[in-house]
Every structure is written in structure tokens, then in C-alpha cells.
Design a protein around this ligand. Structure first.
Ligand code: FE2
Length: 437
């Protein structure tokens, strides 16, 4: 087994990392924060005569959220167009359609500002669209080789504000747009600081329409980010790149990210039952949005690991939602296989999830994190009991899934706090078939 697990770029000096950084959009949080969008655009340098585009999907139009946001902006003097053709887990072609819409309406310069309104798919489409229009060319120019040409983005473009309607993906703060490549059965990310939004507006009144099952699934993604971020390598266990520009997006946990992980695990695990049972509970919806934000600040800077690596081949092959896939995989991976990497740390996770670990040994307490997590999932009553219920996956499929995880997800696997071989991944897939009977 190889212990090569540096997430630093080659060539690197053989010295530990000593530096960490935080980059964040402006963040506005709270009920009816979406009513202050005109003011927020003003802060981003736009006077009330600009023309912007809301990137969203048709469900959010029917639910009235799009009109609400557009009316608010028009009252402040802005002109607003709507692109509602976003598809779930968007393909590169779907983003090209949005870019073509922009160029048809506004020419090569595009709009004066962009809004992404919706779940991760809408936000990622908005992020990629703004970036490609600002930098010219097409999506594949900027997707990593061999799928694309791997060009670097150099421009951020005009202001982009993201308004999540789910509490989960963390796309509102992340520097990545994830796009699927259906013909290859893979997902690719365009990852750059120029992809990150300028501002995020977290308004719980935009999330009350999310149905119970999607509420639970997106929450499991958010919890995954928080726990994976809390249990990944510490930043100075990694190697320092020679050039700061080569410092990876997933740079290990720091005191800063741990603080957010701890708060995220607490907020998400203690409010998710409330929002799944009563979608109109604004206080709990607000807590979930904050929990997802904090989880993203932690997990999407410290680093996601095994569960996220294994989720991509499952999503690509079985077309499952990201959140439900993370839900099915987390007990066996993050809270199963990885526990041996640092039992005292996982014992703390168990406590944060609400488990009573008094009288237990450290190792028993660490294993209790999985028990408590499964208890939470069963209470929610809308989540699959494992990969078998999720997508009919059986033991016969786990070898292929393990192979494609190891082939396509080295970036995430190298961050995993416990080294993994293909055989290990296959065993974890088998363990994730049934989390409960
Ligand atoms: Fe995720």
C-alpha cells in the first residue's frame, strides 16, 4: 500500500505546509434578506440601471420565487431576464445552452450582473455561465484535460449573487462548478477563484417550499461536508507547494475550519428533524441554511474525502441525487472505514451528533458516531437504507464502482485521512449496501 497522500502539486519542497487562507463571498443571512438585493447590487458597484439575468429552473418559477426576486430588482430600477432551463446535475451542453442564451440576448459582453437562484445545479450553471462569458470561448476550453483543454480562467466578470433554495451543497461559497459529461459517464469541475460568486444571500423564506425528502437529502450532503472537513488531515500534515498558486482547493483542516465544522454538525443534526417534519418552521430553516453554510466553509476548504469520492461514480452510473448518495455512503465510509484514522476525533463527532458516550471507551465512542448518524437518518423516514434501496445496487456492482472511484477520484482519495486501496473501497461499497434492515 502506498502512503503517498500529499495533496500538494508537483514539484513541492519536502517541508510541511505553514500557510492557510480563507476566501469568501460577501454573505447576507436571514429571513427576507432577498428583499435587499438592490442594495446589495449597489454595494457591488451597480447603479439601478443595469440589466441582469436570473439563472434558475422551471420549478422555482412555478413556486413564485423567481417573480419575487425579479419584482424586487425591478422595483429598484434594474432590468431582469430569466433563464429557467437549468437541468438537474447540469451537463456541459446544458451550460452551453445558458451561455448561448446570454450571447443571443446581450452579445459577447453578456449581462451587467447574474443571479443564481435554486439548488446546486442552478448555482453551478450561473457560476459557469458568468465565467465562460467573461473569459470567452466555450465550457470545454476550461475543463481539465483530457476531457477539455484545461485553460485557466483569468477574469471573474460582472457581479454574481447566489441565492440557495436548499440547505446543502455549499455551492454559494465554493470556487467550483460541477458539470456532468454524460457521454463519458463522469463529472468534471471548473475550479477557480474566478468561478466563486461575489455574494451569497441565505434567506430561509426561499427554502420553505423544499419537500421533506429533498430537505433531508440536501441536509445529509451538508452534514457530510461538515464531518468530512472535521476529520480530514490537518493543513500542516500536508506538504507546502513551491508556488502559492499551486496550493490545492482542499487544503486541510485548520482551527478556523474546525470551528465551523463543530457549529455545522450541531446546527444540522439538531434542526433537520424539525424541518423535515414542518417545512414552514422558519427558525429551523434558518438554522439549516447556516449549518449548510458553515459545513461548506469547513468541508469545502478543509476537504471532502472518501464519501464524496465514492459518490461520483454512483451518481454518474445510477443518476441518483448527490445528497441521497452521500446519505447512503457516509455511515460506511466517513463514519465507518475512516474512524480508525483518529478515534478520539470521531468520539467528538459522536458527541456533536448528540450521542451519549458516557462510560464508553474512546473507540466505542468513536463507533457510536455511526450509530447516532443512522438513528438520525431512520428518524427522518425519507432516506434510503443504503445503496441497495437507493439504486438497486448489489454486491455484484461493487467491484466496478470501486474501480471507477479509484480511477477517477484520486484528487479526493489522496485527501482521505486513512489510506485506501481499491479493495478497501470495494469493501466500503459492500458495507454501504444496507445501513439498516
Ligand atoms: Fe457534497
Amino acid at each position: 500500500m502506498s502512503y503517498e497522500r500529499s495533496v500538494s502539486a508537483d514539484p513541492h519542497r519536502l517541508s510541511p505546509e505553514t500557510v492557510w487562507e480563507v476566501r469568501m463571498p460577501a454573505i447576507r443571512v436571514g429571513a427576507d434578506a432577498a428583499d435587499e438585493l438592490g442594495y446589495q447590487l449597489g454595494q457591488l458597484g451597480l447603479s439601478g440601471d443595469g440589466r441582469g439575468l436570473i439563472v434558475t429552473d422551471s420549478d422555482l418559477v412555478s413556486l413564485g420565487h423567481v417573480d419575487r426576486v425579479a419584482d424586487e430588482l425591478e422595483a429598484d430600477g434594474f432590468d431582469v431576464d430569466v433563464y429557467d432551463g437549468v437541468e438537474r446535475e447540469p451537463s456541459i451542453e446544458a451550460v452551453e445552452e445558458c451561455i448561448a442564451f446570454v450571447r443571443d440576448e446581450m452579445g459577447e459582453d453578456g449581462y451587467d450582473f447574474y443571479l443564481g437562484l435554486g439548488g446546486g445545479s442552478c448555482m453551478d450553471t450561473a457560476k459557469a455561465t458568468r465565467a465562460i462569458v467573461a473569459n470567452g470561448g466555450e465550457v470545454l476550453d476550461y475543463v481539465a484535460a483530457p476531457t477539455g483543454a484545461g485553460k485557466n480562467l483569468t477574469e471573474s466578470g460582472p457581479p454574481l449573487i447566489l441565492l440557495p433554495t436548499t440547505a446543502g451543497t455549499g455551492s454559494e461559497i465554493s470556487p467550483v462548478a460541477i458539470l456532468s459529461v454524460p457521454e463519458k459517464g463522469i463529472k468534471e469541475g471548473i475550479s477557480s477563484t474566478h468561478v466563486r460568486a461575489d455574494a451569497a444571500v441565505l434567506d430561509p423564506t426561499l427554502t420553505t417550499t423544499l419537500p421533506p425528502d429533498l430537505t433531508a437529502k440536501t441536509a445529509m450532503d451538508a452534514l457530510g461536508h461538515a464531518i468530512e472537513g472535521y476529520t480530514t488531515h490537518q493543513y500542516d500534515d500536508l506538504l507546502r507547494p513551491e508556488n502559492p498558486a499551486d496550493r490545492p482547493v482542499y487544503a486541510g483542516r485548520t482551527g478556523f475550519t474546525e470551528m465551523f465544522s463543530e457549529k455545522a454538525i450541531d446546527l444540522l443534526s439538531s434542526n433537520v428533524r424539525r424541518v423535515v417534519n414542518n417545512g414552514d418552521d422558519i427558525e429551523a430553516r434558518g438554522a439549516m441554511l447556516k449549518g449548510a453554510l458553515f459545513g461548506a466553509i469547513a468541508g469545502l476548504t478543509a476537504g471532502a474525502s472518501l464519501a464524496h469520492a465514492m459518490a461520483y461514480p454512483v451518481g454518474n452510473n445510477y443518476h441518483t441525487y448527490h445528497g441521497e448518495t452521500i446519505a447512503a455512503l457516509t455511515p460506511a465510509s466517513t463514519l465507518g472505514y475512516n474512524v480508525a484514522s483518529d478515534p478520539p476525533r470521531f468520539a467528538k463527532v459522536a458527541e456533536m451528533l448528540g450521542a451519549d458516550t458516557s462510560g464508553m471507551s474512546t473507540r466505542e465512542a468513536a463507533d457510536e458516531a455511526r450509530e447516532e448518524f443512522v438513528r438520525l437518518q431512520r428518524d427522518l423516514n425519507v432516506l434510503p437504507s443504503g445503496l441497495n434501496e437507493l439504486a438497486g445496487i448489489t454486491v455484484d456492482d461493487t467491484g466496478t464502482l470501486a474501480e471507477s472511484t479509484v480511477e477517477s477520484q484520486q484528487r479526493l482519495l489522496r485527501c482521505n485521512p486513512r489510506p485506501v486501496t481499491k479493495e478497501d473501497v470495494e469493501e466500503v461499497f459492500q458495507d454501504a449496501l444496507y445501513n439498516w434492515e
